[in-house]
Design a protein around this ligand. Structure first.
Ligand code: SOE
Length: 365
């Protein structure tokens, strides 16, 4: 059976997911077959150009009429457009992959998780960094006890595309449309990895800052207010007693897409950075320091699908792997990990960090 797929949205992540669907038959021949059926957007001429480029058969300017016509619905729209389309698609029994963060508000995330729990369809939230070979290997090292009991998580995600105060206003800088700034856009990924690798979080602190409070209006001569954070820091207290620190910024000069995580355990430690995505630095029991492990062997997660040993993989591949896992789970009638419950758990952390900041105290999660 060929799955009919619709995408809501066709910019960065629309291109990334269309690329993933195009790669699957070549590199993951066991993954379900898909047809890129309908591309949904508002601007008809941009939509037609994108549909041609991304390989979609049809276009539509509204999502309501499409959800009943497809088997799989990808919500790649701005955050405020996640809840209603995704819920309608699940109600129509379409499988849903929704970009992160799950929603722009905790209320919407709760509605989405409830709709997913009531539906037989598979609901996935796109925390794609889990599907990089090095991160999957880190999970394996934690689960097999190589690091011992995890005592500390450190994560940070830094970018600089808003460091320039003349960088334009967009939906990503507006709280009503995005929910939050660096916190939800970048921190959501890191918080998901914290939960994935260490476990549930019991309480958080939080500090958010907006350094540039208005930006040029891309459609006019004036400016628009910035109502989200440019940067945040937070402390996490995990339920298992581990400590955690998380930081993200979109105003960190020279940092293009610098996502790092570190774990300390009783028997070992590890460090990973997206700037060197194929390397894990691992300190094993008894060693003096960290050793560099290249995660590019055929027995490393996903690597056997691609090139001979040492022919490195990158960010793009994480999205291909994520799609292979999601579509396989959907056809098998199984849940995908991370699902909407995992998206909701991260949304609760985003909300708690904002409340911790507003109240100047730790918040129980
Ligand atoms: C923001 O700049 C962004 O595109 C995020 O939205 C993505 O989730 C991240 O992977 C890269 O940066």
């Amino acid at each position: 059976m060929t799955l009919r797929v619709a995408f809501l949205g066709y910019r960065f992540m629309g291109t990334a997911h269309a690329n993933a669907l195009a790669r699957l038959p070549m590199f993951f021949p066991d993954a379900p077959e898909t047809r890129r059926q309908v591309l949904i957007g508002r601007d008809e001429s941009a939509l037609t150009e994108a549909a041609d480029r991304l390989g979609f058969a049809e276009t539509a300017t509204g999502w309501r009429e499409v959800v009943d016509e497809v088997d799989v619905f990808y919500d790649l729209a701005p955050n405020y457009l996640h809840a209603d389309p995704a819920i309608a698609a699940l109600d129509a029994d379409a499988h849903v992959l929704c970009e992160k963060p799950l929603a722009h508000t905790l209320d919407d995330a709760e509605r989405m998780a409830a709709a997913a729990a009531d539906s037989d369809a598979t609901a996935a939230v796109a925390f794609n960094y889990r599907f990089l070979p090095a991160v999957a290997r880190a999970k394996y090292l934690v689960e097999t006890g190589e690091l011992g009991e995890i005592r500390a998580f450190r994560g940070r995600y830094l970018q600089d595309w808003l460091a320039d105060p003349t960088a334009p206003w967009s939906w990503r800088t507006d709280a009503d449309l995005a929910g939050s700034g660096a916190l939800g856009d970048l921190g959501a990924h890191t918080l998901d990895l914290a939960r994935y690798l260490v476990g549930d979080v019991a309480r958080v602190s939080g500090y958010t800052r907006t350094f540039v409070d208005e930006r040029p209006d891309p459609e006019g001569d004036g400016t628009q207010p910035v109502t989200v954070d440019d940067a945040f820091t937070a402390q996490l207290a995990f339920e298992n007693g581990a400590t955690g620190t998380v930081e993200a910024s979109r105003v960190a000069p020279g940092r293009k897409n610098d996502h790092r995580i570190e774990l300390d355990g009783t028997d070992g430690a590890l460090r990973w950075s997206l700037e060197r995505p194929n390397e894990l630095l691992v300190r094993r029991a008894g060693a003096r320091g960290f050793e560099r492990e290249l995660v590019t062997d055929p027995d490393d997660p996903y690597v056997d699908h691609w090139w001979p040993p040492g022919h490195v993989l990158g960010w793009e591949h994480s999205v291909v792997h994520e799609n292979a896992e999601f579509l396989t789970a959907a056809v098998a009638g199984e849940s995908h990990d991370p699902d909407f419950q995992a998206g909701l758990a991260v949304q609760r952390l985003l909300d708690a960090i904002q409340r911790a900041d507003a109240n100047g105290r730790w918040i129980e999660c």
